[in-house]
Design a protein around this ligand. Sequence first.
Ligand SMILES: O=C(O)C1=C[C@@H](OP(=O)(O)O)[C@@H](O)[C@H](O)C1
Ligand SMILES: C=C(OP(=O)(O)O)C(=O)O
Length: 411
Amino acid sequence: MNSKQSTHSSVLLPQLEEFAYTEIPLPSSKSESNRALIIDALTEGDNQLSNLAEARDTQTMIRLLKENPPVWDVLDAGTTMRFLTAYAAATNQYKVMTGTARMCQRPIGILVDALRTIGAEIHYMNEEGFPPLAVHGMQTQVSRKVSIRGDVSSQYISALLMIAPTLPQGLELTLEGKVGSRTYIEMTLQLMEQFGITYTWVDNVIKVTPQTYSPTTFAVESDWSGASYWFSLLACADKGELFLKGLKEKSLQGDAAIVGIMDALGVKSEFVADGVKLTKQAVKGLPAFDFTHCPDLAQTVAVTCAIIGQKSVFTGLESLRIKETDRIFALQQELAKFNASLVEEFEGAFTVIPSVEMPIEVSIATYDDHRMAMAFMPLMTKTRVSIEDPEVVNKSYPSFWKHVSLINSIF
Ligand SMILES: O=C(O)C1=C[C@@H](OP(=O)(O)O)[C@@H](O)[C@H](O)C1
Ligand SMILES: C=C(OP(=O)(O)O)C(=O)O
């Protein structure tokens, strides 16, 4: 079958067991973009930023910073909410911070407590611990030292780190307990370093003295999280070759971990100057994997394992319940539609049980979560799949379906 049927609310993908060599021009990273934009707003002088992401999360950040309305509605963008809340406090602005209904269920109390400890005035407008917030800025810094839990979201820590050099006393952050998504904290610090900031990180204490960001030229890299869906497609296909443009082996992004995961699941990566070539190889096996530091890869890898018959124990999935949707629940519902499952072992640990029988047609619900839509796309290698609300991908990867159509020109 070589056609696409599309309605406003779903896209039907043709079944495609194999495909010819295809080049995918990946989008830029929204995580890097949103950090570069906050740093840019805090820099006195002009930076030269290029390759900013087309992602809605990034475009929302650009618009809010540029138009500077009194209400900052971030829609469903977690980084935009957390980074702008800290930015409004540090730059002593009065802002109402709000977002979608789901955003108003995603916790922010840990960040608000930390900002209040430093000296910011912030009020909850509805429920304690959740947006919407009224940020009243910060008159004076009352503390340099803040302790913060690291096990709920690293975005709170990144938000504080980026404002740290601009605070009159700088910041000494003590990370308490387990630290999840550590690679994103490292990305924040490495990016700050590229804009001239020095820091120390010894054991669980990160210190940033008062400093100024230096105007810099910075090009955002291609998005490794977005790249993961293409690795998965090849892992699930009988035959095929892909070239993912713009990816670099050494990346600021922790989701480059997909290379090692997919090496175990049958995809070989060869880096060349302008990207990475993917070919199929024998499956080595992935009996277990810890997603603590790359939570955004969990859906991709769960669907891949379920399709290719790899039983696997996933750990470090605690944060998945508070993302764009409860991703554990969503995965459990949708994997069941092709007779696979995700079985809880203990908190944050689940076993992926692969599909025992593929139905001839499946319709996947996406729960307002871009990663649900993209992660289930590779099902098209085994059955006719329709993905509901396909425009949900706009949050991070608006050109995703256009890129899917490049595979054997299927649409
Ligand atoms: O800092 C970032 O850019 C991100 C951090 C991660 O969130 P958590 O720190 O909440 O796990 C990740 O899931 C999100 O997509 C982007
Ligand atoms: C969790 C995500 O984003 P955020 O937390 O920034 O909304 C994501 O992109 O998967």
